[in-house]
Design a protein. Structure first.
Length: 488
């Protein structure tokens, strides 16, 4: 039997913490020892005007390195004493979340305190710079010693950084959980992580495990997980006043996906620890909403299972009955994610939420269509979908609106059951998967389905290789704006 290498409550791995790199007060000893270094932020179109005020040796280095304040570029200025004197950081039009990341990463192992010295920046600009600084410090080091010295940033006590810190914590949550190896994050441990998140915000959390899932009429979650020695579970978080608008998040929590009896090839299985990425996204979105005390009643459902191969595994051609009574012919056991999410969606709709959003790593067809850097967005409400898409592009957290093309419903039909869990060979697999899920959402519910990769294959500034948060900022910002909470 495979054993989790974390404790059942995951207490030996703090997936919610941030590194101690933000400084509000610099002690005299620290300032003397570290020699606080200024960071000047320069808008590209104002490059000549902004740099004309600097000393001759600064302008000489700018000219020598042909630095022109292009977006996200930076230059380290060396003082006449041979030591680092300042950082110049370029941007074009607006300061984004990743503007400072390349510069911040270049300062790792430099034992100094830095400070944004440019005047005239908005509070929003400062929040983006602080959040980017935190993202640049992320590395997954739970199983490997980290000898890095992280650079510290002095921040103003006059600016409210709660939004920036909440998003950074959410990003760390996603990356940490996805990066955990599958022997460290089974279904029960993932459910306990949801409970730990709830505990941090005085929210309620209940966990239904193993055969109790059958007693609570969650048969699809049980069926997918029954082949693993690590039993499946459903974690349910509730937070806020029931008098507020009801918003429900669902996150697909397949902790490892072998494909089941329709077993994947080795290469296809290699990254399947990320198949619980939807659960991480839902939990991260909840973290932001709870941190900022959004005026909503929040419910989070995390169906957790491991899709394994054993004599107890569910089979191709089985017919299963979902929570809402629909029968499903199993065309492929590797289309398991839509099954666990289907039960959770049906359960969610019984509470008649005003807004229902599910996060999934559901299909390869999704990223074949939109690539690795954005998620596919489906909705039964085009206005909602278009509003989210526009906001996501503004936030550099892109989600692309895809069609719920009803003409493809025939491809998930079955001659012997209400539905088949595969798309009948239709290459538009992201659409047929979304259409399958729509059968478990009541028509009056405003529903959004997100299908995304949740993985960073090549490092970029602020985004190390591994688990990647996608759609979290876009969805949390949409909810905050929809319910009249100021979030920038």
């Amino acid at each position: 039997m495979t054993k989790d290498v974390t404790t059942d409550s995951a207490t030996d791995f703090d997936f919610l913490s941030l590194p101690d790199v933000l400084v509000t007060k610099v002690r005299a000893a620290d300032a003397l020892e570290s020699k606080m270094i200024p960071i000047y932020v320069v808008e590209c179109s104002q490059f000549k005007k902004s740099t004309s005020k600097f000393a001759d040796h600064v302008r000489a280095q700018i000219e020598q390195q042909k630095w022109t304040a292009k977006d996200k570029s930076f230059i380290k200025i060396i003082g006449q004493d041979g030591l680092l004197e300042m950082i110049l950081l370029g941007y074009e039009q607006k300061i984004g979340l990743y503007t400072i990341c390349a510069a911040a990463e270049s300062l790792i192992n430099i034992h100094k305190i830095f400070e944004i010295k440019t005047t005239g920046l908005s509070d929003k600009d400062h929040r983006h710079l602080v959040c980017g600084w935190l993202l640049s410090c992320y590395r997954f080091t739970h199983f490997k010693k980290d000898d890095r010295t992280l650079p510290r940033l002095k921040i103003s006590q006059k600016i409210d950084f709660s939004c920036a810190i909440a998003y950074a914590r959410a990003a760390y949550l996603v990356r940490n959980l996805i990066n955990l190896p599958p022997n460290a994050l089974g279904p029960q441990t993932l459910a306990q992580c949801a409970a730990k998140l709830a505990q941090n915000f005085d929210a309620s959390c209940t966990i239904i495990s193993g055969e109790d899932l059958l007693h609570h009429n969650l048969p699809l979650i049980y069926a997918v997980g029954q082949g693993s020695p690590r039993p499946p579970a459903l974690a349910e978080i509730t937070w806020g006043s029931p008098d507020h608008p009801h918003v429900t998040l669902v996150g697909k929590g397949i902790c490892f996906d072998t494909g089941g009896l329709n077993i994947k090839t080795g290469d296809s299985m290699l990254l399947m620890k990320k198949d619980m990425g939807g659960a991480a996204m839902a939990m991260a979105t909840a973290l932001i909403l709870m941190s900022l005390e959004a005026p909503i009643y929040l419910r989070v459902l995390i169906p957790c299972a491991e899709n394994s191969v054993s004599g107890a595994s569910y089979r191709p051609s089985d017919i299963l009955t979902a929570r809402n009574g629909k029968t499903i012919e199993i065309g492929n056991t590797d289309a398991e994610g839509r099954l666990v999410v289907a039960d959770a969606l049906a359960y969610a709709c019984e509470d008649t939420p005003e807004l229902l959003i599910d996060f999934t790593t559901l299909t390869g067809a999704s990223y074949y269509g939109v690539g690795y850097d954005m998620g596919s967005l489906f909705s039964n409400n085009d206005t909602t979908a278009n509003d989210i898409k526009k906001l996501s592009l503004d936030l550099d957290d892109p989600l692309w609106h895809m069609p719920l093309w009803q003409g493809y419903k025939k491809d998930i039909a079955s001659p012997i059951a209400d539905l088949n869990n595969t798309g009948g060979g239709n290459p538009a697999g992201a659409i047929t998967a979304a259409l399958f899920l729509q059968h478990f959402v009541t028509p009056q519910t405003d529903w959004v389905h997100i299908d995304e990769r949740a993985w960073q294959s090549a490092a970029q500034p602020g985004r190390s290789v591994g688990g990647r948060e996608m759609g979290v900022r876009a969805i949390s910002s949409y909810i905050l704006k929809k319910y009249k909470f100021k979030d920038d």
